[in-house]
Design a protein around this ligand. Sequence first.
Ligand code: ZN
Length: 292
Amino acid sequence: MVTDNGRLPLTREEIAEFRFEGEKFRLIDQSRGIWRPKGFEGALTIVTTFREPGKERPYEDEIGQDGLPRYMWEGDDPFLFTNVALRTSMQRQMPMIWFVGIGRAPARYQVVAPVFLVDEEAHLQRFVVAPMDASAIIPDVVGQESPIQEAMRRYLRTETTIRLHQPVFRASVLRAYETRCAVCNLGHYQLLDAAHIMPDRHDLGIASVVNGMALCKIHHAAFDSNILGVTPDFIVKIRPDLLEEIDGPMLQHGLKELHNNKLMKLPENKKEQPRKDLLELAYERFTSAGAA
Ligand SMILES: [Zn+2]
């Protein structure tokens, strides 16, 4: 599987073609989200299907208070064989592969691996997913904590963002923008980032495309440092003092000439376009920084 180190999402067909030592090796079930290969005691892979923004997913996976994603049981029978397989993976601390659906037509999945199930919340019919076996620091979320436990939890939260949220976010944003910079239309993924409009909005879910824009490296840095702003109507603004400045071609063509331009690339699906309220917050940040 060519995933460019897990950065490029795969189609179901590509996942189905996976081979191990020359032999076809099934990685997902045809119809279920949980897959335990023959000879395995626990589940090896879990799948989260793509949810159209605004629509309910059949199984709603969420981010918990602790910042860790949740994976729902199949159905509500704790002893269904798939749920038992998940529990076994958790008890044996087996590394798993998580396929996160990030689009339809064609359905594409971001590969997130390894992940571990570190706890079960039976009353909510779900498991807790983490990027490492962190079961020792998950229990007793409430109550007294030692400074070490607190530090471990903070570390886990950071690792989770980097290893789980970030690749999924990047893949969904680049797909939505067809691997082009929103500001200048540059189309080379090596030079592109998935930029957050407002930082750290994990409440928006694991693939929060509406809080993202695909931006080339220079426009990402310009956006983050308030040299470049985007109005809620998708108009590019350049900080006033830079407009006065005379310098080389990068300043001239890469920044100044883009002032008052409309964004050159937006997701075709309106529901994946940047949310106006988030752009408004970011634009306020831009204008107040420019005035200072
Ligand atoms: Zn650009």
